[in-house]
Design a protein. Structure first.
Length: 356
């Protein structure tokens, strides 16, 4: 059973949610260099303050990118939640080691390469690690621990979960809206950046630039080739290909233009908060209802994952009960604070992912 649907999702969340334990040498160094500077101790294993600070750096970056300010009360709440999660992950990792679960070197190497592949080049990858105060050894250690925890969950919980065909059919019939496929457009685009921080002169220059690009396409140049050369969106590597998109995935001006195009047409210049776009519609799919046979396998996987999640709190509660845990976090939350909004990036579409 696949419990974590996309391994890269886990890796992209490594800095936020991974267990802070390190290799034997790193553990020794931490005990010597960070004695007393910890947020929790789990059965003798210290969780250093440094690990929490690194994760808070990511949270603050995320808030800043969304134009949000985190007050002291909200930060205290985030810290508490993070420390709780770090303690849980340490408990799970220690249990995996108690049961003799090991991750082979080849798997770790593969995940390291996939994670690096999310960055445009080696230099950007190393800069991000440095900005967060991480070493490559720490990253590798955290990847190993995430994979060990994944194996633990599959072995101890997921292997005991089963969903009958009757349960699947009942769920399908009771939730018909979940199996509707909305209208979709297969789109490509070209972006010339001019965000909200751009000056009027910069916006004017960007608009002139995309105007020249549009002329090239109007004169017969292939859209995908021009996108590879001229687009300032990461999708340029794919010739501007965004795949099939549905309503609600895009910023409104982009969505309106995309869904108004006939197949094969290229839009006029479209302005969004990211800059100026040209959009090409390459295919369209009408809204439809998926049959039970089409969704059965994926639905079974989703319901199995749901059951695993439902059983996880009891499993972790038992680990907590059997462990000696000391939390060293003086901050307290004094009043409710608004939830922080989802991350906003400088792209057109932000795919929703689930850390299963």
């Amino acid at each position: 059973m696949r419990i974590i649907a996309n391994t890269l999702v886990v890796l992209s969340l490594v800095f936020l949610m991974a267990s802070p334990s390190c290799t034997a040498d790193e553990k020794k160094a931490q005990k010597e260099d960070q004695a007393g500077d910890y947020v929790a101790i789990v059965d003798g294993e210290k969780i250093p303050q440094k690990e929490l600070d690194q994760k808070l750096t990511l949270i603050k970056q995320r808030a800043a990118s969304a134009g949000q300010q985190l007050d002291a009360n909200r930060l205290a709440s985030i810290k508490k939640d993070m420390v709780d999660k770090m303690v849980e992950n340490e408990l799970l990792y220690q249990k995996s080691q108690e049961l003799g679960i090991a991750v082979d070197t080849e798997t770790i190497d593969s995940q390291m390469e996939q994670f690096k592949g999310q960055f445009p080049d080696e230099d950007q990858y190393k800069k991000q690690l440095s900005a967060l105060g991480y070493t490559e050894a720490q990253l590798r250690s955290e990847i190993e621990k995430n994979l060990a925890i994944k194996q633990l969950i599959e072995q101890e919980i997921a292997s005991n979960v089963s969903i009958s065909d009757k349960e699947l059919k009942t769920y399908y019939e009771d939730h018909p809206d979940q199996f509707k496929t909305p209208e979709q457009v297969k789109a490509r685009h070209i972006l010339i950046k001019a965000g909200s921080e751009a000056s009027e002169d910069e916006k004017k220059a960007a608009k002139e630039k995309i105007g020249k690009i549009k002329k090239r396409i109007d004169e017969g140049e292939k859209f995908s080739e021009v996108a590879k050369e001229a687009s300032e969106c990461p999708s340029s590597k794919r010739g501007g290909d965004l795949g099939y998109v549905s309503k609600g995935q895009m910023v409104k001006p982009f969505e309106k233009a995309t869904f108004s195009l006939a197949v094969g047409d290229v839009s006029d210049i479209v302005e969004t908060r990211f800059g100026y776009h040209l959009i090409k519609a390459e295919d369209k799919k009408d809204a439809s209802q998926k049959t039970f046979d089409e969704v059965k396998d994926r639905l079974k996987e989703q319901l199995e994952q749901k059951k695993v999640k439902e059983e996880m709190p009891d499993y972790i509660a038992q680990l907590r009960e059997d462990a000696d845990i000391e939390v060293n976090l003086p901050e307290t939350v004094t009043k409710p604070s608004p939830e922080m909004p989802d991350k906003t990036t400088g792209g057109v579409s932000i795919p929703k992912t689930e850390n299963d």
